[in-house]
Design a protein around this ligand. Structure first.
Ligand SMILES: [Zn+2]
Length: 395
């Protein structure tokens, strides 16, 4: 299947250093992006689906690197079915599990957490809720796990690991667990900041440096932030990726972005939501955080979009996150929201408004075109102008 997107007003690359790609059209073939910028007359003639972007802005599908996945499209934390479908309508085409800690009755013994990670990983390999790609199966680091255990799960395809929610008694115990997991090839992530729920304990800036994971989860608090002085230290003196979350402290999220920029570490600055949690289900969380940081501080919207797309893809080694030939065909069209004071999506976000999501395409398949069920409608008429496909597939 070939899909052409024409009359694009602006193309956002996902690369924060060169955030705008010239041109006005994109061609998708099967599950990959084929051309970005210009397409030929025969490309258009041979397309099965043609979308008129009507001057709206094309961005890479958003990647939320902190979603509390369980099984299926269901969150026990907020007792809600279909939340991932809602996130897709907020422009999120990829979710990365922050570990399956919300599974009811989740085990804490080594065999149990291993089985949970393997099962989640394998289930979501076969299940794309509403077309979303879900990277699930993040091993919860628990006392008693050994290097052999890590090798076992890695051999079964598990590649994510999470420290900070286990039955560990003290933050210093995570030093060995994270080091061994990392040495076995797992991509390690660490809860950062205050205790998130009764029974858990804080991870301070000092702990974060000593434990040294690949990603500091919700470095701006999940939901309570660590001390201000560590944002500069982490940006300047470590290689740790700094994930800020919507369900955290906005002031320190901005501080973190500024320190990342100051120390040429913006590539390690990631925007995620940390939902569903006690803070709720937030289908527009990424859009809100992009809008809030850009409207309250000195950042371009396009570079903040990279923090929720290309930066994440690079950090986690994904094949999505960029509007570039060869990458996953995940494209989102955004626009100014109806009734706002700005005439295009980027100006609206810079103004502090959410943008409208006008179309979401994942794996080369349009999941909806026209308007999202969760954002204001776009001001432009984004529509399908040709389709050889009998049924637009969503499911
Ligand atoms: Zn979380």
């Amino acid at each position: 299947m070939k899909t052409a997107i024409l009359n694009i007003g602006q193309i956002i690359s996902g690369n924060w250093r060169y955030p705008i790609t010239p041109g006005n059209s994109i061609l998708l073939e099967e599950e990959q992006i084929c051309k970005v910028g210009e397409v030929t007359g025969s490309d258009i003639d041979n397309s099965d689906v043609i979308i008129d972007a009507a001057g709206s802005v094309a961005v890479p599908g958003l990647i939320d690197s902190h979603v509390h996945i369980t099984f299926g499209d269901y969150t026990p934390r907020q007792n809600t079915v279909g939340y991932l479908h809602s996130y897709l309508h907020g422009g999120v085409t990829t979710s990365i599990s922050a570990s399956e800690v919300h599974v009811p009755g989740r085990p804490t013994d080594p065999d149990g957490v291993k089985a949970l990670a393997v099962a989640a990983k394998k289930c979501f390999e076969n299940f794309r809720p509403s077309g979303m790609r879900v990277h699930a199966g993040s091993l919860i680091l628990e006392p008693g796990l050994t290097s052999q255990d890590y090798q076992d799960v890695v051999s079964k395809g598990v590649w994510l690991a999470k420290a900070g929610f286990g039955a560990v008694g003290d933050a210093s115990e995570y030093i060995q667990l994270v080091t061994e997991a990392r040495n076995a090839g797992l991509f390690t992530t660490l809860h950062t900041g205050g205790a998130s729920i009764p029974g858990s304990f804080p991870i301070t800036g000092e702990d974060l440096i000593k434990i040294n994971p690949q990603v500091s989860f919700h470095i701006n608090g999940g939901p309570v932030s660590m001390e201000d002085k560590y944002f500069e230290v982490i940006a300047r003196d470590t290689e740790i990726a700094m994930q800020v979350c919507t369900a955290g402290n906005l002031r320190t999220a901005i501080l973190c972005a500024e320190m990342a920029k100051k120390h040429d570490a913006f590539e390690r600055f990631l925007i995620a939501t940390d939902t569903p949690t006690g803070s709720g289900i937030m289908p527009l969380g990424l859009i809100y955080t992009i809008s809030q940081i850009s409207s309250l501080a000195d950042f371009d919207v396009a570079e903040l979009i990279a923090a929720a797309t290309g930066n994440v893809a690079k950090c986690y080694g994904l094949s999505s996150g960029f509007l570039k030939a060869g990458y996953d065909a995940d494209v989102v069209l955004i626009d100014a929201p109806l009734g706002g004071t700005k005439s295009d999506a980027l100006s609206a976000l810079k103004n502090g408004d959410p943008c409208a999501v006008g179309a979401v395409i994942t794996a080369g398949v349009p999941r909806f075109v026209g308007r999202s069920r969760n954002t204001p409608p776009p001001v432009r008429k984004i529509e399908v102008i040709k389709s050889n496909i009998i049924d637009m597939y969503e499911g």
